[in-house]
Ligand binder design. Structure first.
Ligand code: HEM
Length: 407
């Protein structure tokens, strides 16, 4: 068979068997990226790379971690940190990666909101992105249980208690989730399974889905301009300086990819600076005390990336607080449907929506800061106002976008 003639290179050998050149060809001549996008469009690949690093570092940690309530704390804080060669490094990488991945997710989300990248034709990109957000939240929460420190135990207690539904008293549901009356071995075992198996699998599936949703609508651009991809691709392929200048797109590989790689390089300088010099920002000091069901910490709070939604729960009485919290978890899914304006444009060209965007961002920052402070005096009043503002903003979104002038 001519197809299987002696290969002259590894590339040719692989191409004959799995057609690797087809992928290369698609990336070079069929996957087009608009020219007018900035470094914020590299965040998706930065996220994918950070997830890769979390997987690799997690696999190394898994070799020594022990998922038993008696041994988990020591296996992390003693064995991995002091006994295993470079165990500390993998732990710092994993901890810093878990924190930074949320920072980048929020930047990626707010970039999408600012430029209207969730609008007509791109709804599924947004929804699959939100699915990733929820899955990453579950992944981070289940991972936080594993060192079995004081914050693991008490955050686990507080969050699973939410499932009792306040005055509904669904205590049976809480016990079913915990596998016991309080967080104990069954609880740790199932969160261990979620963290190392089910959630990573679901995340990988969701990333593939997210990439798939990008394929037909293509990524948006800085002006929200509707690009004629076919015509622009033809101009690029013509290959003259003039036609390439006229074309509004560039091929993903190697042109856009080289920009992605540059941004990733800058990001990883920051990443490893934090790993080596400031890893403590990603670790709560209270979690360096072993879990103790008889000693409640004076102040229980989640990691920084959950603080805004925690502060939506806290200032209200139990039942309305739970409803508000549940709504806050899912409200961002509805963005493509609550934004009624047909305009795909950067927020600064969209009048009232521009103000909405900044108010939402500032409000979530205020909620985040208040969530970390004890719920006392002025802080709890500010928290309450910020939580109410969050809902007022969502209620006003369809109204202001309906009134928006067509650009
Ligand atoms: C960790 C998980 C994620 C990965 C690996 C990922 C990856 C990517 C990549 C590679 C792109 C294309 C390039 C870019 O615009 O950066 C993209 C685009 C996009 N992503 Fe994500 N993403 C993730 C999470 C999210 C989340 C949480 C959201 C928000 C809900 C989201 C919403 C979007 C949107 C709206 C676009 C389209 C941007 C445009 O058309 O301009 N993604 N994502």
């Amino acid at each position: 068979m001519a197809h299987f003639e002696k290969a002259k290179s590894l590339n040719e050998w692989l191409d004959q068997r799995i057609g690797i050149n087809t992928l290369k060809k698609v990336m070079q001549s069929e996957y087009w990226i608009p020219k007018n996008i900035n470094f914020l469009w590299a965040m998706g690949m930065v996220l994918a790379a950070t997830f890769g690093i979390l997987l690799v570092s997690g696999i190394f940690l898994l070799m020594y971690y022990n998922p038993s309530t008696d041994l988990a704390f020591d296996s992390v804080n003693y064995t991995i940190m002091t006994e295993v060669g470079y165990g500390w490094l993998w732990r710092h990488i994993h901890g810093v990666g878990a924190s930074l991945v949320f920072l980048i997710i929020y930047i990626h989300m707010f970039t999408g909101i600012y430029y209207g990248s969730y609008k007509k034709g791109r709804e599924l990109i947004w929804i699959s992105g939100m699915l990733l957000f929820v899955l990453f939240s579950a992944e981070a929460f289940s991972g936080y249980m594993l060192p079995w420190g004081q914050m693991s135990y008490w955050a686990g207690m507080v969050i699973t208690n939410l499932f009792s539904g306040g005055s509904l008293h669904a205590d049976g549901l809480v016990e079913w989730i915990r596998g016991d009356y309080v967080p104990a071995q069954a609880f740790l075992s199932r969160f261990f399974m979620l963290h190392v198996l089910l959630m990573p699998l679901a995340i990988i599936g969701a990333i593939v889905f997210h990439f798939g949703t990008l394929r037909l609508p293509h990524v948006n651009n800085q002006d929200g301009k509707e690009i004629d991809f076919e015509e622009s691709a033809r101009l690029w392929k013509e290959g003259t300086t003039e036609s390439r200048r006229k074309s509004e797109v560039i091929p993903f590989s190697p042109v856009f990819l080289s920009k992605d790689v540059f941004v990733m390089g800058v990001y990883f300088i920051l990443f490893f600076y934090l790993v080596f010099y400031h890893f403590e920002f990603a670790m709560d000091p209270v979690n360096f005390d072993p879990a103790n069901g008889l000693k409640t910490p004076t102040h229980i709070y989640p990691e920084w990336y959950f603080l805004w939604s925690y502060e939506i729960l806290r200032p209200f009485p139990t039942d309305p607080g739970l409803v508000a919290f549940a709504i806050a978890q899912v409200i961002f899914f509805t963005l493509p449907f609550l934004d009624m304006s047909p305009n795909v444009a950067p927020a600064n060209k969209r009048g009232a929506f521009h103000i909405w965007f900044w108010l939402m961002l500032i409000d979530m920052l205020v909620l985040t800061f208040m969530g970390k402070l004890p719920p006392e005096g002025i802080w709890s009043t500010i928290g309450l106002v910020a939580a109410i503002t969050f809902f007022v903003l969502w209620i006003s979104l369809p109204i202001i976008t309906k009134l928006e002038k067509k650009l």
